[in-house]
Each structure stands twice: as C-alpha cells, then as structure tokens.
Design a protein around this ligand. Sequence first.
Ligand SMILES: C[S@@+](CC[C@H](N)C(=O)[O-])C[C@H]1O[C@@H](n2cnc3c(N)ncnc32)[C@H](O)[C@@H]1O
Length: 391
Amino acid sequence: MSPDQHPSASTARIRSETHHLYYKPHVDVSCRGDGHVEMVKGAASRKSSGPKQPLRTASKTGDSRFVRSVDGKPSLPLDLQQRCLNIFRDAFEPGIGDSSIVQEVKGHLYNRDFAAAFAKDEYLRVYAGRWSPARALGYLDVLHGLQAQLVAHGDGSKAGNECMRVVCLGGGAGSEVVALAGWLSMLFEEDVGSMLHAHFVDVASWNVVVSDLHHQAITAPQLSKYASAAAREANKPLVQGGAFFCAFHQQDVLDWPDSELRSIVTPDTRLVTLLFTLNELYSTSLAKTQQLLSRLTDAMPADSCLLVVDSPGSYSTVSFNSTEKRYPMLWLLDHLLLGGEAKPAGPQWEKVVSDGSRWFRLPPGLEYPIELENMRYQLHLYRRVNNIEAG
Ligand SMILES: C[S@@+](CC[C@H](N)C(=O)[O-])C[C@H]1O[C@@H](n2cnc3c(N)ncnc32)[C@H](O)[C@@H]1O
C-alpha cells in the first residue's frame, strides 16, 4: 500500500510499489449474521470508547435522494452513501484528535514501510476511518454499476434467494465490508436481494476492523434519547444480520496453501475481488501473482467473476536476464487470463468490462468528521467461461 493509493482530492500520483509485507500466522474471524463474532485463533473484538468528535459538515448543497454519476446516469442514493459513512464514523470515531496518528501512518506509507504502518491497532483504526470510507462509496458505485453482470446468471435469471459468496483478496481495510453491505441493502430494495457471505483475505491483521464494521452494518444506529416513536420505529440496520455474513482470514495470498484457497474460493463463489491490491501483489512477486491468478482460474466456477480495481496506469517492474522491464499491470493480467488461445481448451476468461481511468467523486451533501477524497481508478471485470463455451 502506498501514499499513491491515498490520492489528494484531485491528484492521483501513480507509481508502482515494491515492498514486502510482514507475514503473520493465519487468523480467522467469522462474523455471524446475528452479530456474533467467532474468533478461530486469537483475535479480540474491540469497541472504542470515549466522547464522539463533533461532526463537521463537508458541504450541504445537495438534497436530492439520487446523485448523478459523472456520466450523468442516476447513481447511488445520497442517504445510502451517508449511512455507509456513518458506519465508519460510529465504528472508529475519526476526528481531528487523530491527526498526529494519521501523520505517523502517512509517514510509514510514504516510506513504504507497510509493516510499521499496520503495526498497531490504533494505526489500523485510524487508517480505516481515514482512507476506507471514500473507497467504500467508490466500490459501492462500482458494484451497483456492474449489478447486471454480478447478479444475473448466464441465462439472465436473477440470483433469487440463493446465497451469494464473495471473496475479497487484500480486502482487510474495511472498504469492501461496507460497500458489500450497502450493495446488499440496494439489492433488497430492488427485490433481488439474497444472502451474502463475504470472505476477506488479507496478510495484515484487519480482523477487528472487519468485525467492527460488520457489527455496525447489522446494528440499528444509536438514536438520541429524545428520538420520536416514529424515528425509533423506522430505525433499522443497513442490512439484516441474517442476510450478511463476514469472515476474515489473515493470510498471505502469495503463499496460500491450496487446501485453504479452495476452502474459501469454493465452487459456489460468485465474485472474487482484488481492489487496490493486484499491483501491490505484482510488486511483491510477479511470478507468485501470476501463479495465484492461475490457481484462482482453476478454483473459480464457470460464470463467476473476477473484479480488479487499481490505480490507473499501474506498472510493475520485472527483472529478466539482469535487465529491468516495466509492464502495465493490465497487460500482465490480460496476458495471463486471456492469453489462452494457444491452449487446446481456449481462453478461460472473457473480459466483460474494462475502463482504464474513472473517477468516483464524493457528492455534495455528505457529512463526515474528517475530509475525504475522490477516487481515481482503473476497473476490469472478467467472467470465467467454461471450456465448452470457450471451445
Ligand atoms: C491498498 S490496500 C487496499 C485495501 C482494500 N482492498 C481497499 O481497497 O480499501 C492493499 C491491501 O492488500 C493487502 N495485501 C498486500 N499484499 C498482500 C498479500 N500478499 N496477501 C494478502 N493481502 C495482501 C494489504 O494488507 C492491504 O490491506
């Protein structure tokens, strides 16, 4: 993870990162839909205490329920985006009091010392309160925009009541938890909701962040003691606990035993995501990343999807015969996933959506205790085709 992935409001500097994240033993935390958090190995749940920071209004110019995206299409309901931000606010209570810790974390990220940046619980909490909320809204926008591809089956039928299994690689910092919860609530509103089982696999120890956000997503917000009976009646969690399940697995995905990979990426997996993670993996080891993608190809069922979001124009440097060559992340990805024409079975993936540069801009009217930033990204969605289709 680099400072480049935490761009300032209007500039996204793009550089590839090379680093080695520290490796911790495997820890699993399962968050059951009833809010119970199951810790398989040594993780502890934390609830922060202390007074809430006063909320600062970022902008109050918009009051329409639906916000228009850059291309002018109606996009996400503003109140849903606000509810997603409130989840981060209530879980982490970010405020200007955190600014010295934010500076420490930024310093470690700037120096590409990722082990130090994620070494303390307070760093993780501050990171998740500072950088994950805007990304969560960006990912919610992405998921909603890709809904037809993600929810519909090959025959066009809807997912109905079946359970949707999603696996987020490098998905520890909490953006994906809230994006998936927000998306699930939209699916229920549109009457295409199903249960969603999300698995977050990350090398760093984000278990508490994931369980806190999951807890907030399935718990009705706290109301003032003066709230009216009607407000109390209307006060509901973002998603029902019985519909949204989360499990965190602390694991280096570049060194992932096959039995464990296959116990998470199961034959009923609908979606695997690599959100602002793939280039980091390439920068750690190109060979191991290509191997991971091959193993995902073997494990993922026909019609499931692989979603990649990353900084636009990400490059990875590869050393070969003592010379160094820079390859665009997308070229490496396409080469592995789509370069199978030479194989007798033909390609195993088709690219469904691809965009080299997009913006997610925070709409006016959202409130959050600290400043948030727009997100610029590239996006690629691949669908696993079965060999009969491919042939
Ligand atoms: C830039 S952060 C993105 C986090 C999250 N996906 C988001 O977009 O908010 C990259 C994440 O990938 C994780 N990561 C990096 N290398 C990894 C590896 N080898 N195995 C598992 N996770 C890894 C990091 O710990 C970090 O949480």
